[in-house]
Design a protein around this ligand. Structure first.
Ligand SMILES: [Zn+2]
Length: 289
């Protein structure tokens, strides 16, 4: 899938996600129906959170990320600094307090990538539903030519999942370093750590909520670098990735990995949820299941 198509679909997804105002919610899981490709319309609760169709999730124990080594020249952020910030942002989610443990999801490989074609390949390849065959996810900055219809968004996270399995195949974070003064220090308008902490919530399968106490609040707000997550955020991660997740699926063996497996002015941070269904895969890549 070319980047142009990805962008087009991303914009479609963005509109779908962002036009509905939100009211307070504890946490909200992203579901199959949130995709513009879904044939089933979302039924939403009073908090505008979808209640029907399967919630999406990573089937494996970890997520691999490539970080664009160029970073953001416009904002003076090196790729290495972005990588370290990503590591910190992710660590808060994986350290969430689930009572008897932590969420069973980890940041796997995290490396700088300077090869433009490798980045484009990772950005445009949907992967499959198998954990071992997931697409590598990407963190990149867009210094120029940001999505014109989402000019006010600070970042867009595009997630791809199987239409029937709800298994996430890959996810890409793009930061709007063209229009937004993103900084490492928090001295700019937008603190990269706070931005990435929110976007990682989307990476894990959470949608926006309207509770300003939470990381998943739909508007940008700076977070405490030491303790950014609210209890509701932690509960979201713990619900999707409970500490005993692989115990159950692996018949008691914790070593087992399942094999089967905006447009709105106020939307400072945004997620785009995009689904590639079997139909698309048959046409473009060949279906495996
Ligand atoms: Zn968001």
């Amino acid at each position: 899938m070319g980047r142009a198509i990805a962008r087009l679909l991303a914009i479609v997804g963005l509109v779908g996600v962002w036009l509905a105002p939100r009211s307070a919610a504890a946490f909200c899981r992203t579901r199959l129906c949130d995709s513009p490709s879904s044939t089933v319309k979302c039924e939403r609760d009073a908090n505008k959170c979808a209640t029907n169709t399967l919630p999406v999730y990573w089937p494996g124990p970890s997520v691999d990320f490539l970080v664009d080594a160029r970073g953001s020249e416009r904002r003076g952020i090196s790729g290495q600094a972005a990588l370290l910030t990503m590591e910190r942002a992710f660590a808060n989610w994986t350290a969430a307090d689930c009572g008897p443990g932590s969420p069973t999801i980890a940041l796997g490989g995290l490396s700088l990538e300077s090869d433009e074609s490798a980045l484009q390949q990772a950005l445009g390849t949907p992967g499959t539903d198998e954990p071992a065959d997931q697409n590598v996810s990407v963190l990149t900055f867009v210094d120029d030519d940001w999505y014109p219809r989402s000019a006010s968004a600070v970042a867009i996270t595009t997630t791809t999942w199987g239409l029937q399995t709800a298994r996430i195949r890959g996810t890409d974070i793009e930061v709007n370093s063209e229009n937004r003064a993103v900084s490492l220090t928090g001295d700019g308008e937008y603190d990269l750590f706070s931005v990435l902490t929110h976007e990682v919530g989307h990476v894990l399968g959470l949608s926006d909520v309207n509770d300003p106490q939470t990381v998943m609040y739909y508007r940008y707000q700076a977070r405490d670098a030491e303790h950014p997550l609210a209890v509701d955020d932690e509960q979201g991660a713990c619900t999707i990735y409970p500490p005993d997740r692989f115990d159950k699926e692996g018949g008691g063996c914790a070593c087992s990995v399942p094999r089967h497996g905006p447009a709105a002015e106020t939307a400072w941070l945004s997620v785009t949820v995009m689904v590639l269904g079997f139909g698309f895969r048959r046409r473009s890549r060949g279906a495996r299941n």
